[in-house]
Design a protein around this ligand. Structure first.
Ligand code: AMP
Ligand code: FE
Ligand code: FE
Ligand code: ZN
Length: 280
């Protein structure tokens, strides 16, 4: 029995609707799924309903980007948050404002570089409230400025590329506090993307997050090979953290990722069960 605890829908920067993601999970033989859109839980009600119809288990989630020194990125997953929490509503408003401030700057920068796209095109591409760089990448692809989403990031949108602008982020403390105060459990997403220089630095980062209330670490992920997963697993054991796993599926915006697969591995249902036990 396998699960996927990290995936994105059209509610953020995935290309399948929440119910399409759940149907695909069922088709791929999964028995449970968590939807973890960036900065929003707007997709979870639809996904939960479809999961009920399909007879698979569903967990509400969110993924929040926190401040972290370049070139790394620190993403915190929140699981089991109460959708009616007023703290969550305020949190979402703050995070969306950070995006709304940044996105026009990226578009302006692209225009300055001779790439003629508009915010209206980006908004149409996104469809929903959460507008991210993958939507801008999709517009660049559609208009023929690049030949893949990856190329759009490499050439224009990635950290250090000419049209990159950072968005205002929460501190790790704020992100973890807000997840906990919304009734959720905080998990460090894809630790490989921290791009820490060595194991000692990685361990310090994890320890600091544990002191802030981190409850788990994403051991299985599409970017982790077996050696990386083994390293994160031993850190989880050492700091008494939950181990989670997910694909980080984004549909066509990350075409190499398959729902229900973390690289070469599938994600055992036990990871879902232990996460659920921590939430309940
Ligand atoms: P944003 O939240 O708007 O800053 O965009 C971040 C999202 O862009 C990540 O969650 C990924 O989905 C995607 N992303 C970041 N870097 C890359 C990359 N190099 N190639 C493809 N997608 C990326
Ligand atoms: Fe994303
Ligand atoms: Fe992430
Ligand atoms: Zn993600």
């Amino acid at each position: 029995m396998y699960v996927d605890l990290h995936c994105h829908s059209t509610a953020s920067d995935g290309t399948l609707s929440p119910s399409e993601v759940v149907r695909l999970a069922k088709d791929n033989g999964l028995s449970a799924i968590a939807l973890t859109d960036h900065d929003t839980i707007a997709g979870v009600a639809e996904a939960a309903l479809t999961a009920q119809e399909m007879g698979i288990d569903f967990l509400a989630g969110i993924e929040i980007s926190a401040e972290f020194p370049q070139p790394g990125t620190l993403h915190i997953l929140g699981y089991g948050i109460d959708p009616h929490s007023p703290i969550l509503r305020d949190l979402t408003t703050t995070l969306l404002a950070g995006r709304d401030n940044r996105n026009p700057k990226i578009v302006q920068k692209l225009n300055d570089l001779g790439v003629t796209i508009t915010m209206a095109e980006v908004e149409a591409e996104a469809g929903g409230l959460v507008i991210g760089r993958p939507h801008i990448a999709a517009v660049l692809l559609r208009k023929g400025y690049v030949s893949s989403i990856k190329q759009a990031f490499d050439k224009y949108l990635a950290q250090g590329a000419p049209a990159y602008f950072d968005k205002e982020r929460l501190t790790p403390r704020q992100a973890i506090d807000l997840i906990c105060q919304s009734g959720g459990v905080a998990v460090l997403a894809h630790p490989i993307q921290l791009r820490t220089e060595n194991d000692a630095q990685l361990e310090r980062v994890v320890k600091d997050l544990v002191d802030l209330g981190l409850a788990g670490i994403e051991v299985l992920h599409s970017d982790h090979d077996d050696a990386a997963a083994a390293k994160y697993r031993s850190l989880a054991v050492k700091y008494n953290l939950l181990q989670t796993g997910g694909s980080d599926f984004h549909g066509g915006n990350k075409p190499k990722i398959t729902l229900g697969r973390a690289g070469a591995n599938r994600i055992p249902r036990e990871l879902y069960e232990s996460l659920l036990a921590k939430i309940a």
